[in-house]
Write a protein that binds this ligand. Sequence first.
Ligand code: HEM
Length: 225
Amino acid sequence: MSRFFKSSIGRKVAMALSAFFLMFFLLQHFAINILSVFSADTFNEVSHFMGTNPLIQFVLQPVLIFGVVFHFVMGFILELKNRSARNIAYVKNNGSANSSWMSRNMIWSGVAILAFIILHFIDFWFPEINTKFIEGDWSGMHGGELRYFHELQEKFVSPIRVGAYVLAFVFLALHLLHGFTSAFQSMGATAGRKKTLQNIGKAYSILIPLGFIIIALYHHFNHIH
Ligand code: HEM
């Protein structure tokens, strides 16, 4: 088994499996966040459940963090291996003639997303850890009401942060535009369904980041102090 994951195809399969997991996470993350646009109360209740449920906190959250780190580390390893292989294998890498800009720049769109995740963790994740594990406050309350919606709004006041988020979501779209179909191909998806898969991939890759952009902009322009 460990030999399989050390082989080049094994690495691609591992990359694809972690990508599926992260794409599923992204879908549910979007489904929860979009609630904040429609109902502050529903968003608060779902956030409180997600933030305090032991199964989510102590099982799924560590698995997610592992998945994120694994995907990045494996991505860097694949990139390094590809680079060293490319120097020998191709006399001429004919750039856009035989591959898309997105596929050749997965590492850079990935690095941009990594930078976003660091900012995002500083914004949301570390304060949560602080409130729950350092201060020991699991009530989810602030000023007599559930605090999540208000905290979210606060994060989208600064136009600089909103700009950084929107830019990151554009990189996320670029990353997914290649990554979605690529992950299916690494898992051996058949050529016959290629067109359908590409269309689903395109829809997912554009609609989810666009949805996140809408959430960020909505809260930026609808903030009530
Ligand atoms: C407008 C867009 C977004 C908003 C408002 C948002 C909001 C949040 C919030 C409120 C948390 C909860 C922190 C916690 O309780 O632990 C969170 C966690 C997280 N978000 Fe986002 N997010 C957005 C976009 C994204 C995107 C695009 C990604 C991935 C590329 C992402 C990745 C994560 C990760 C990995 C976590 C940590 C999950 C955890 O273990 O709690 N987020 N986000």
